[in-house]
Ligand binder design. Structure first.
Ligand code: OOG
Ligand code: MG
Length: 264
């Protein structure tokens, strides 16, 4: 994947996205100004954004897949999955209070997280190879926060904004992947004690390990691989739920326990 934008344009866009993320500001879609921006350009902006954060001393803690279920694709009107990076500054403890004053318009997703024990690389990686390379899985919540006005974007703009990554919470029980049918785990998503969404994990690309394979394929395109010991979130199983200060959410997973967080 070769970018079509010039190096300086990519750097300027990454700077703009970083300013919106740190400044907690909604901005116009990048494609309003660069309508011909390609997916390769978008990932180049995302990698430049990551380079900037790592240079500031933040540490990468994993990767995420996004837009991997029909519920998410329908909600956002984008039909192609994407990936994003996770940083130590995004991690929050299970059961903690997540501040909303440093988020634009947060939404919560329930996801299955994978932790790997072997390197995964290449465009041809299979779901079976992902499962064999998985050490354990954990239930997780992702708090996404698009930096685009109205939470409206296209694929390129979202990828450049690190696929709306903002916060994430791991919880519940860690389980060996081989002991479970990872495609058959039901999740009930509750907001303020009321079930608001439910789905089965097969909603994520037929099997959430396919989403990890997708991450590996995109990384291969970007000239990177997934080292052993990586954490990867496989994408929202249901649509994302908007939250505000005062709300609490719980995702109750079959076999994996529950993970909860509240917002202040
Ligand atoms: C893009 C990120 C989607 C997921 O799990 O589907 C995502 C967005 O919807 O803002 O993280
Ligand atoms: Mg997500």
């Amino acid at each position: 994947m070769n970018p079509t934008l010039q190096r300086a344009q990519i750097a300027a866009l990454a700077e703009r996205v970083e300013a919106a993320q740190i400044g907690v500001r909604a901005m116009r879609k990048l494609t309003d100004e660069h309508p011909d921006m390609t997916l390769a350009d978008a990932y180049a902006v995302q990698l430049e954004l990551r380079r900037r954060y790592l240079a500031q001393g933040r540490r990468q803690t994993g990767w995420k897949a996004g837009l991997t279920s029909k519920a998410k694709m329908d909600q956002m009107g984008v039909r192609v999955p994407s990936i994003g990076f996770l940083l130590d500054s995004m991690a929050r403890p299970e059961g903690s209070a997540v501040r909303t004053d440093d988020l634009v318009h947060p939404r919560v997703e329930c996801e299955i997280g994978f932790v790997t024990k072997a390197r995964l690389a290449g465009a041809g990686v299979t779901r079976e190879e992902v499962i064999a390379a998985t050490d354990f899985v954990v239930p997780a919540l992702e708090i996404i926060d698009s930096r685009y006005s109205g939470f409206k974007f296209d694929l390129q703009s979202a990828v450049a904004d690190n696929s709306s990554s903002a916060r994430y919470v791991m919880g519940g029980c860690a389980r060996r992947a081989a002991e479970l049918d990872l495609a058959a785990l039901e999740v009930v998503f509750e907001k303020n004690g009321v079930p608001v969404a439910t789905a089965v994990s097969a909603a994520v690309m037929g099997h959430p390990a396919n989403a990890v394979a997708l991450v590996v394929k995109v990384l291969d395109d970007l000239g990177e691989e997934l080292p052993a010991g990586s954490f990867v979130m496989s994408g929202g199983i249901t649509e994302a739920i908007a939250v505000q200060a005062g709300d609490h959410v719980v995702a109750r997973f079959q076999e994996l326990g529950s993970v909860a967080v509240r917002f202040v």
